[in-house]
Design a protein around this ligand. Structure first.
Ligand code: SF4
Ligand code: SF4
Length: 448
């Protein structure tokens, strides 16, 4: 099992949790909110992929794979949001919002508490037995916790109800069940052995954040030009990543969580001194609290203003695209393999194909009508089509007219579509093909 006292090869120390200190309190509150949000996002379709059905849910809207423009805008918006966060606020995400960090720290705390409990209750037993018992107890708690975390994580990609059914039936035979069981195992091993090592050894976002950071990025900065450090090591003991901020303010492992600020404030505060570690914008070490409001929120140069403007443009484009989105998609295509046929009713027929998808959450009804060629009528879908939520239908239908009532060759007409519940009516400009000879002398009537 991992021990938070020896992360990333740092010397072994017992980590100290500074309960009740400023940043620790803020961080734990934000982490609790993030934990709840992490669980709720897929349950309420705020952000969720549905891989089996090829859907993407974004703030309640069910986007189909065919809605490429909205999916593209959503992806670009999320990507720029992530990049802007890293550029302006550095590793704030890692220290405050990341589920991996939240669960790693929870696993550390849980392991420590169980070890302490076992040591207290069985103080007369040997250390080997106590250690084994602590590991066994920790594993008993870790297994259901890993199943829960995996359930939430996988429900970002598979409908939660489907997932719950698989879990309750202990499905490890189908592909979905095997994937779920494998992810549970990886999660279990992660929280048992890796924890914060994942952040520095595996996580690509950590590397990306370091690449995007520059001299204006928010960071946790150690500054002691006057040699005021009393070498109490409280900052080191408080660090969840097991590093010493005094060696450099640019260590890859540093998640900018500010626990070391709390440590230093606690010690030096008792002596009436200012802490030597603080949040600062870049290397200048200037405290974040010392500047104008727009600089305090991170708008420190043109690059950041440009990124935020870009984010705003994508957010506006996305809102417009979602607001203009029609829940029922209607497509009409002419079947031009056969230009026209003459039916048993003596009329000239042109074949069309209707494709409708109900992407909404209620039943929908689509009806067609014609405009621009009064002699024509619709055959095959005269009564319209009804679709259940999520249903896609394809129907073939004819537009028919008496040969004498239309011009020989190409005639122009419009097919109008109307959807209930109401959405914007559609208009498809189409052509009706009639024989060049409207009164052929008894020859074949089908034209290929
Ligand atoms: S050095 Fe400070 S800010 Fe960085 S991870 Fe450690 S405690 Fe957090
Ligand atoms: S907590 Fe402050 S005073 Fe103590 S070692 Fe760290 S930087 Fe120095």
């Amino acid at each position: 099992m991992a021990t938070d006292a020896k992360i990333n090869g740092a010397p072994e120390r017992t980590r100290m949790i500074l309960l009740g200190t400023k940043f620790h309190r803020v961080r734990k509150t934000v982490q609790l909110i993030c934990f709840i949000v992490f669980i709720l996002l897929p349950l309420f379709d705020v952000v969720r992929f549905d891989l089996p059905r090829q859907r993407f849910y974004f703030f309640g809207a069910e986007l189909w794979i065919s809605e490429f423009s909205i999916i593209f805008l959503s992806m670009m918006f999320l990507w720029i949001l992530v990049a802007a966060m890293a550029m302006i606020y550095g590793r704030f995400y890692c220290g405050y919002l990341c589920p991996q960090m939240i669960f790693s720290e929870a696993a550390n705390t849980l392991e420590k508490r169980i070890t302490r409990l076992v040591n207290r209750k069985l103080s007369k037993r040997g250390p080997g037995l106590r250690r084994m018992l602590a590991i066994a107890l920790f594993s008993v708690v870790l297994l259901p916790a890993s199943v829960f975390v995996t359930f939430v994580f996988v429900s970002y990609f598979v409908p939660p109800a489907d997932l719950l059914h698989r879990l309750l039936t202990l499905d490890i035979r189908t592909a979905g069940g095997i994937v779920g069981a494998s992810v549970t195992l990886v999660t279990l091993l992660d929280f048992a052995f890796l924890r914060q090592r994942f952040c520095t050894a595996i996580c690509p976002y950590g590397y990306l954040q370091n690449m995007l950071a520059d001299k204006h990025t928010l960071q946790v900065h150690y500054q002691d030009e006057e040699g005021k450090c009393i070498h109490c090591e409280k900052c080191v003991l408080a660090c969840p990543m097991g590093i010493d901020i005094r060696l450099s303010s640019h260590q890859l492992e540093c998640t900018h969580c500010a626990e070391c600020i709390d440590g230093c404030s606690t010690v030096l505060g008792r002596m009436g001194r200012e802490p030597l570690i603080h949040y600062a914008w870049g290397d200048a070490g200037k405290s974040a609290a010392e500047e104008r409001w727009y600089r305090r929120i991170g708008l420190r140069d043109g690059k950041r203003v440009a990124v935020l403007a870009l984010l705003l443009i994508y957010a506006s484009g996305l809102s417009v695209a979602i607001s203009m989105r029609q829940p029922v998609m209607v497509r009409i295509m002419p079947d031009r393999i056969t230009l026209y046929t003459k039916g048993p009713d003596g009329l000239i027929h042109n074949r069309f194909r209707l494709l409708v998808s109900n992407r909404g959450k209620s039943q929908a009804r689509v009806t067609l009508s014609l405009a621009g060629l009064p002699a024509c009528k619709i055959l095959g879908v005269e009564d319209g089509v009804t679709l259940q939520p999520g249903e896609t239908l394809q129907r073939e239908f004819d537009i028919a007219a008496a040969a004498a009532a239309v011009s020989p060759g190409v005639n122009h007409l419009s097919i109008l579509t109307h959807v209930e519940p109401a959405q914007k009516d559609g208009l498809f400009a189409e052509t009706f093909i009639a024989p060049m000879e409207t009164h052929p002398p008894g020859g074949p009537e089908n034209k290929q």
